[in-house]
Unconditional design. Structure first.
Lengths: 304, 174
């Protein structure tokens, strides 16, 4: 069952993120995809995440397809202009990559090439709008005809916690207007704040038009916890979560991180309008079975 | 059209800037400056003469730089962004903030500075204009850098910059 079909069926969807390797081999992706097969509906391939050079998301997506799983190809606006982005969609669709996730992208300043030119020719909303128009109206941004038009299922991201918080659901509404059919959120550690955002998302009538997948991650180590809290733009770790993980000896952080993630999955599942979860476990794919088992969503659940 | 510096004009890198013009005054000016027969006539006269156009564009550059940190993109979004310039966003986002805004409203790239969209939302909302931020902005036309956006505005060349209706598609010849 594809991610689109899973979401249309109304049963709870699970996606996860795979970290692309820094090197010219797709073997690590194939290994991760094999591990996740049977547990998740689709896996995201990041696009030079954190502005650090990694194997291209289209290449990772092909490896995931070959491993028998649905890829979600991430596309950021940071590195490519409108010509390259449109061309990438055509190539992806032609090769069978049909689920695309669009995001602005981190600024190059945070990556391993801080002197790179930040492109940002389109923003995420303009890119969604462009891709949707390519698919539905078979035209490029220039107005030129496409034959055939690409096929794609379009996703977006949103951060429910970043200021201006009152505008965050409206920003998702803009993305839905532009073409987003599903959205994966930033890490949810603060469930009440997420629930407030969801209430506004429901008020705007968005869940019927765009499936919401809550981002949930497992903290692997105290170093990862500090990094998440202090260095990853847009991630908010509430003090009580920080203290809970800090209170344990370092060798128990990973297990507690999985337990915490499973609890958050259970909690967001109860919030009306939440269609699934997106597990932010790049580089830590082994955590997925533990999280899903802990949340009562293990293998075989909902026919997965 | 006379040869006025346009196209690939070198602008400095985008840095968030806080406007030095109160939002109420800005909206009042908006009513005065709205395109009408008078402004259309005046802008056509200015455009017809190379030196007048250059002087006018230069004056706009200075005034808007001091008031809004303007970088002369030539396609002004200020009327629907609470008069906070989105081209000062390090990602030049015209449709709202990215997901990296700090909990205190700081820019992810310049943590000592405030996100332009946090300011834009507050200023627009304070005047009952928060709905402006729901409009969809089309991709920027990078041939316009260095042009006078006031002349473009009065001449009606800015009419398609944003829309409330996404069904039409984002571009025409861009």
């Amino acid at each position: 069952m594809s991610l689109r079909e899973r979401l249309a069926s109304g049963s709870f969807a699970v996606t996860a993120e795979i970290s692309a390797p820094r090197g010219a081999s797709t073997d690590p992706i194939t290994r991760a995809a094999t591990l996740l097969r049977g547990w998740v509906d689709a896996v995201n391939l990041t696009d030079n995440q954190g502005s650090k050079v990694r194997l291209a998301s289209w290449a990772g997506s092909l490896a995931v397809l070959a491993a028998g799983l649905e890829p979600v190809m991430q596309m950021t606006c940071r590195d490519r202009n409108r010509i390259a982005l449109q061309s990438d969609l055509l190539g992806a669709s032609a090769l069978g990559i049909r689920t695309i996730l669009v995001m602005t992208g981190d600024h190059p300043k945070f990556g391993d090439h801080p002197g790179a030119k930040p492109v940002f020719d389109l923003d995420s909303i303009q890119l969604l709008w462009t891709l949707r128009t390519m698919r539905d109206q078979a035209v490029l941004l220039s107005g030129r005809r496409l034959d055939p038009a690409p096929e794609c299922f379009l996703g977006a991201v949103e951060n429910p916690f970043a200021p201006p918080v009152e505008f965050r659901a409206d920003r998702l509404a803009k993305k839905v207007e532009a073409g987003a059919q599903f959205v994966q959120t930033q890490f949810v550690f603060d469930v009440p704040a997420f629930a407030r955002w969801m209430a506004r998302v429901r008020d705007l009538g968005l869940p019927g038009r765009c499936a919401v997948l809550a981002g949930v991650g497992a903290v692997r180590s105290l170093r990862a916890l500090d990094h998440l809290r202090d260095n990853v733009p847009g991630v908010y770790v509430p003090d009580e979560v920080y203290r809970r993980l800090r209170a344990l000896p370092a060798d128990r952080t990973a297990a507690e991180g999985i337990r915490l993630a499973a609890e958050i999955v259970e909690q967001v599942r109860e919030i009306p309008g939440v269609a699934g979860v997106h597990l932010l476990v790049a580089g830590n794919e082994e955590a997925v079975p533990g999280i899903l088992d802990g949340a009562g969503l293990g293998v075989g659940h909902d026919g997965r | 059209m006379p040869p006025i510096p346009a196209g690939l004009v070198t602008a400095g890198p985008p840095v968030p800037s806080r406007p030095h013009l109160g939002v109420r005054v800005a909206y009042r000016l908006q009513r005065v400056l709205r395109p009408n027969a008078g402004w259309r006539w005046l802008s056509a006269r200015i455009e017809a003469a190379g030196p007048a156009r250059a002087a006018f564009t230069g004056a706009e550059r200075v005034v808007k730089r001091d008031l809004f940190g303007c970088r002369m993109c030539g396609q002004c979004a200020l009327p629907v962004t609470g008069y906070v310039c989105p081209m000062g966003c390090p990602k030049e986002l015209r449709n709202g903030p990215c997901g990296g805004v700090g909990p205190d409203g700081s820019c992810e790239v310049y943590p000592a500075l405030r996100c332009v969209w946090v300011d834009a939302y507050e200023r627009a909302a304070s005047q009952g204009r928060a709905a402006d931020l729901r409009l969809l902005h089309r991709p920027a036309d990078h041939r316009r850098w260095g042009q006078s956006s006031w002349l473009n505005y009065w001449q009606g060349r800015d009419e398609g910059l944003w829309t409330g209706d996404a069904s039409a598609g984002p571009g025409a010849g861009s």
